[in-house]
Design a protein around this ligand. Structure first.
Ligand SMILES: C[S@@+](CC[C@H](N)C(=O)[O-])C[C@H]1O[C@@H](n2cnc3c(N)ncnc32)[C@H](O)[C@@H]1O
Length: 253
């Protein structure tokens, strides 16, 4: 049955409602701080939800770490969606909101576990992800762990969004992805949410030297300055020496 405001499968009215009047679905109390009554929204910005409505289609296989407005948006867009957060209470609030506003939760799969616990054993039943959003725990190294397992399951051509790029533990992931030929930057939404498209398989047969991220090798910036200068001098000499040996051998042949 097509509802009022529903165009081509998209319930525009439901989308407009969460953009204009976002429900408060989060609480510090779910994580042991603050009062239970203090509901707030840690929700992603409207411009990103609007963008999702352009690129996520009914039946797409999607996943997010964290839950909230984005989860409701995935439900409205009729994606086959997996949502991972340890805060089960958020799921109850999302279900209640969807129920009260006639949004089907049939295609939502809630996983009440920290992403770093669930993702290593994720089973998508042989399907690959069309779209993923990393917006769960932002504490280092969780965004990187989320990326590792999502990348394993993201199809070539699929989109990966990471929020919030200005948190250094997320910024590190961006520093890697922007150096990675398997990903291309698609969009930066509202100076915080970065979207990439996977354009090739990530493949490192020789391990770390295959990653452009490591092209600054040898990087001695972790050393105190006097040792750094020493290490630089020694390593440069070692490289020059190896180069001379190679040249001498070549001249002999
Ligand atoms: C910024 S909020 C997500 C906002 C959501 N995308 C939205 O649009 O409303 C961060 C989320 O991370 C979840 N979270 C906290 N620790 C987590 C963990 N270890 N794994 C997955 N999710 C976690 C919280 O429950 C919360 O839903």
């Amino acid at each position: 049955m097509v509802k009022e405001g529903e165009v081509g499968g998209l319930d525009k009215e439901a989308l407009r409602r969460i953009l204009e009047k976002p429900p408060q679905l989060h609480s510090g109390a779910d994580f042991g701080h603050g009062s239970k009554e203090d509901l707030v929204s840690w929700g992603i910005q409207a411009s990103f939800l609007q963008y999702m409505s352009d690129v996520v289609h009914p039946g797409d296989v999607t996943l997010e770490t964290g839950s909230g407005l984005s989860t409701i948006c995935f439900a409205i867009l009729e994606a086959e969606h997996t949502c991972v957060t340890p805060a089960e209470q958020e799921f109850d609030r999302i279900r209640t909101y969807c129920h009260e506003h006639g949004i089907s939760t049939e295609r939502l799969r809630f996983v009440a576990l920290p992403s770093q616990v669930y993702l290593p054993r994720i089973d998508l039943g042989g399907r690959e992800l069309d779209f993923a959003l990393i917006d769960g725990s932002h504490a280092f190294p969780t965004p990187l762990i989320d990326y590792y397992y999502i990348n394993e399951n993201l199809k070539i051509g699929g989109l990966l969004a990471i929020d919030d790029g200005y948190i250094p533990s997320v910024g590190i992931l961006h520093a890697f992805l922007k150096s990675e030929p398997a990903y291309e930057l698609v969009r930066i939404d509202s100076v915080k949410t970065i979207v990439y498209r996977k354009i090739a398989k990530t493949f490192y047969p020789n391990d770390w030297p295959d990653q452009r991220f490591n092209k600054r090798f040898p990087d001695f910036s972790f050393l105190p300055i006097p040792q750094r200068i020493w290490a630089w001098t020694v390593s440069r000499r070692a490289v020059q020496w190896a180069y001379r040996v190679v040249l001498r051998r070549r001249d002999k042949d």
